[in-house]
Structures are given as structure tokens and as C-alpha cells.
Unconditional design. Structure first.
Length: 281
């Protein structure tokens, strides 16, 4: 009898713990939302594209504020959208960058969309279809940008950020269609594409630009710094007349796999720092 009485408080405690655990196990989980997502039917590309959007507090806390827009290829939830949205959230929160609406473009055929035409046989092996960058640019210009302006309160200022093949697309757009964005950010851009043709053209194309003010920021990791095409590209930047503002950052402490986040942090703080507004188109 005394033995049972001694054990009964322990039994009651165990039953209480088990009951509490059961209650916790039954609590429903809710989706964790960090932004908005929608799909856009593209006549240009002949497919449906998913668009992910992060709205900083400067936008959500106001009913009237208008913000510039930062576009990013590789913008899927399983791609680079989350960590870049985190940089925008932290940077705008601590005052080290101006607030931007972040628009992530989720991939369907990345190597098709991010590359221009090529005559290099090895380039042609990387995907069933390559060389679709002009169509992807048209999609951004004629379909995505109007949709963003219709859905959100935006200013005329725009920027684009990308790494690797997406960085190639950023550089190609800056050289071939510079009026599309105000600021271009490219990290380890694949300037080796098509036998380094963009690297060869960089100096002359940048020198010949006479339009509104633009900014180009390029960073390279140790995996790209020694490549001949990288050297030709950076030499082209340095030889160009000051037709636009450009920044070059060597990051030998980073690899191709690690450069995006630290390079974006430094780039955002430099080119998007408070008080520094790009010229409107």
C-alpha cells in the first residue's frame, strides 16, 4: 500500500507530461509566408512563369510609398530567392541599403534563358536548348515589368542581380540593352560563354554608351579570377571611357559556390546605400 502511494505522484506527473506532449503534437502547423507569389502566362516564352516577390517594411507599413524594383533570375524558393530576400530585409532594417521590392523569377529552363547564341561546340552540350536570352529579356521588358508596375507601387528605378549564368545574362543585358535597367549586379558571370565574345566586346560597348546614367557592379571569386576571359573582361572595363559607373571586386576568399551571398551583401551596401538614388529612365 505504501509502495503504491509513493509511486502515484510520479505516475500523475508522467500522465501530465504525456498529455501535454499529445496536445503539442495536435497543434496544427501554418504556412510560413515571407512574401507573395503569382504566376504569369508568357506569350513570349510560351509557358507559365512563377514570380516570387518580397516587400520590405517600407512598403508594407505604408499605403502610399513607392519603391524601386530589384529583379533576380534564379528567383525560385529552391534557388536564390530566400537568401537575397534576407539580405534585403536585414539591409533595409539596419539602414545599410535603400528599400527595394525584390522580384524573383523562378526558372523553367535556366540554361536556355540565361545564355545568348554560341558557336562553341562545348557550350551547345550543356542543355537541349541554349541561346534564349533575347526572348527572356523580351519577357521581362514586355510582360513582367508591366505586371509588376500594375500590381505594386513602384518608382521608375530598376536593378537586376545574378550569379554564374544569371550573371552572364546581367552582363549581356548591360552591354546589349543597357536601357532595360538602371543598375546591373553580376557575380562570377560566365563570360567564357561563346568563346568569351562578351569579354571581348565589353570595353567598346561600354565606351560607346551615351544614354542615361547606369551602374555596373561585377565581382569574381578565386575560381574565375585567373581565367583568360575574366582578365579580358576586366581589362575591357578598365579601358572603357567613363560612360557609366562601374565597380569591380576581386574576392579570392570565395569560391564559385560561395560568392553570391557575400558579394550581394557588399554590392547592396555600396550601390544601394541610403541617399544614393539611381537616375530615373
Amino acid at each position: 500500500m505504501h509502495h503504491l502511494l509513493f509511486r502515484s505522484p510520479l505516475i500523475l506527473l508522467l500522465l501530465s507530461v504525456i498529455g501535454s506532449l499529445a496536445a503539442y503534437a495536435q497543434a496544427p502547423a501554418a504556412p510560413l509566408a515571407i512574401g507573395q507569389t503569382f504566376t504569369l502566362e508568357s506569350a513570349t516564352l510560351g509557358e507559365t512563369r512563377r514570380i516570387n516577390v518580397y516587400l520590405p517594411a517600407a512598403y508594407t507599413d505604408s499605403a502610399t510609398s513607392r519603391l524601386p524594383v530589384l529583379y533576380m533570375p534564379d528567383g525560385g524558393m529552391a534557388e536564390d530567392f530566400l537568401h537575397v530576400a534576407g539580405l534585403v530585409q536585414v539591409g533595409t532594417g539596419n539602414g545599410t541599403m535603400r528599400p527595394f521590392i525584390l522580384v524573383g523569377i523562378e526558372n523553367t529552363a535556366r540554361r536556355r534563358d540565361m545564355t545568348g547564341p554560341t558557336t562553341n561546340a562545348e557550350d551547345l552540350k550543356i542543355a537541349p536548348r541554349v541561346g534564349g536570352s533575347a526572348a527572356f529579356r523580351k519577357f521581362i521588358r514586355t510582360e513582367l515589368m508591366p505586371a509588376i508596375r500594375q500590381r505594386y507601387r513602384t518608382t521608375q528605378e530598376t536593378a537586376i542581380v545574378g550569379e554564374s549564368l544569371a550573371g552572364l545574362f546581367v552582363v549581356e543585358t548591360c552591354l546589349l540593352e543597357p536601357d532595360l535597367f538602371d543598375t546591373y549586379l553580376a557575380f562570377d558571370p560566365s563570360v567564357w560563354w561563346n568563346n568569351g565574345s562578351l569579354a571581348e566586346q565589353a570595353g567598346s560597348r561600354l565606351s560607346s554608351y551615351t544614354g542615361p546614367a547606369k551602374t555596373l557592379y561585377v565581382a569574381f571569386s578565386k575560381d574565375a579570377l585567373g581565367a583568360p576571359t575574366t582578365r579580358r573582361f576586366t581589362a575591357g572595363l578598365k579601358s572603357a571611357r567613363p560612360a557609366l559607373t562601374w565597380h569591380y571586386k576581386a574576392m579570392p576568399e570565395e569560391t564559385h559556390a560561395t560568392i553570391y551571398h557575400p558579394a550581394a551583401l557588399q554590392a547592396f551596401r555600396l550601390v544601394f546605400k541610403p541617399g544614393k538614388t539611381a537616375a530615373t529612365k
